[in-house]
Design a protein around this ligand. Structure first.
Ligand SMILES: Cc1cc2nc3c(=O)[nH]c(=O)nc-3n(C[C@H](O)[C@H](O)[C@H](O)COP(=O)(O)O)c2cc1C
Length: 398
């Protein structure tokens, strides 16, 4: 009898992903940087928050729906953009379909392995993510293409500072995938026949190019070519953020905010939303868990722009905690990658169902009829939990 492909927690999906994926692919998803302080804190911090449930007076009907940047979603969980290379042959298209089936938004990385056109066809509620990379002309062309493919929002991820050595070692990723490179990775790949079989069935080898960064009339750059362009691009100023927002001309999310003064500047730059995020602990190690800084950011700017929380979400109760601390919704990264690796599109749907179920249990136990009623009073917050980064008011230079 076939094993039940359904999994009951994200932790189980991760165990299956570890078994199924070659160690280099699994290692690229686990990632983290340097000593792993931030990625560990992203997860540990949720464990420090407790619930304050009621014993009776619960609500029979509970509404989990909300909106993010004007788009109605059936649960306050959206897909964070990840460069999903080589996890599954259907890659981001499978993730987008799963998100559409579960009534939520797909965030597509500009480093993704599938084209924005294919992903937009799979889920019309699409946000396209860009780094500050390449010339302004190239950025304008990429935005035009995403807009034409139906993207309804732009996510600008600006927190990356190219610090990604790992004490436990980084996986080797080839420049380009060919059958020859796959064979040279044989010791890594052969113990994972199911992963190889998935690609063989689909008649494809893992794609290590970035098709959404293709210059007009040119070829898609390799992942490393795209990374090199990005590293060579002088980092953006706040005026550049404003320029990007203006040129996009629609709903605009700034991803990677952790400081209260940056949050204020984001408001001044006219963004629609900020994602309180430390890039899932993949970036500047030692940055506190994003959930620890959430409340300080909410206090400073919540009435002016939308705030979503990104980083460390592994279960529905984590979603409830983030909402109780003031987030409008959360973004998930590794949670859906584990689902995708474990069981393709159905695995991502499984993860979104777990998020929904866990969130609903928390809303029920806390005596609410809507996610909008969640508040800090629903939680036990240890006195040492929160962090405030940056000056509470923007520094005014003469
Ligand atoms: C394998 C991997 C690739 C990622 N690629 C991108 C990317 O291309 N663009 C981006 O904005 N963030 C990227 N991120 C960060 C995620 O969008 C998100 O911030 C992070 O995964 C959230 O933390 P979580 O994994 O604990 O949910 C990536 C994360 C991972 C794990």
């Amino acid at each position: 009898m076939a094993r039940n492909a359904w999994f009951e927690t994200v932790a189980e999906a991760q165990r299956r992903a570890k078994k199924r994926l070659p160690s280099s692919v699994y290692g690229a998803l686990v990632a983290g940087s340097e000593k792993g302080l931030t990625i560990d804190d992203n997860l540990a911090a949720f464990g420090e928050l407790g619930f304050a449930p009621h014993v009776a007076g619960h609500q029979a009907e509970r509404d989990l729906s909300t909106t993010v940047m004007g788009i109605p979603i059936s649960l306050p969980v959206i897909i964070s953009p990840t460069g999903v290379q080589a996890v599954h042959p259907d890659g981001e298209v499978a993730v987008a379909r799963a998100a559409a089936n579960r009534g939520t938004i797909m965030g597509l990385s500009s480093f993704a392995s599938k084209s924005v056109e294919d992903v937009g066809a799979a889920n019309p509620n699409l946000f396209f993510q860009m780094y500050w990379s390449g010339t302004r002309e190239a950025m304008l062309q990429r935005m035009d293409r995403a807009r034409a493919a139906g993207a309804k929002g732009l996510i600008a991820t600006l927190d990356w500072s190219f610090s990604n050595g790992r004490d436990w070692g980084s996986p080797t990723i080839p420049e380009k995938m060919s059958l020859k490179t796959m064979l040279s990775f044989a010791p890594n790949v052969l113990p994972h026949p199911q992963w190889l079989w998935d690609f063989a069935k689909a008649g494809r080898i893992p794609d290590l190019t970035a098709p959404n960064l293709t210059p007009p009339g040119g070829e898609a750059p390799t992942f490393f070519g795209a990374y090199y362009e990005w590293m060579q691009t002088p980092p953006p100023s706040w005026e550049d953020v404003e320029w990007l927002r203006r040129e996009w001309g629609g709903p605009f999310m700034l991803k990677g905010v952790t400081r209260v003064d940056d949050a204020r500047r984001a408001v001044d730059a006219g963004v629609t939303a900020i994602s309180v995020s430390n890039h899932g602990g993949n970036n500047l190690d030692g940055t506190p868990a994003s959930i620890r800084v959430l409340q300080s950011v909410v206090e400073v700017v919540n009435d002016q722009i939308e705030i979503v929380l990104d980083g460390g979400i592994r279960r529905g109760s984590d979603v409830a905690k983030a909402l109780a601390l003031g987030a409008r919704a959360v973004m998930i990264g590794r949670a859906y990658l584990w689902g995708l690796a474990a069981n393709g599109q159905a695995g991502v749907e499984n993860v979104l169902d777990l998020m929904r179920g866990g969130l609903d249990s928390a809303v029920l136990g806390l005596g609410h009829s809507s996610v909008h009623e969640l508040s800090p009073e629903d939680l036990y917050i240890p006195p040492t939990f929160a962090r405030t980064l940056g000056a509470p008011v923007p520094v005014k230079f003469p």
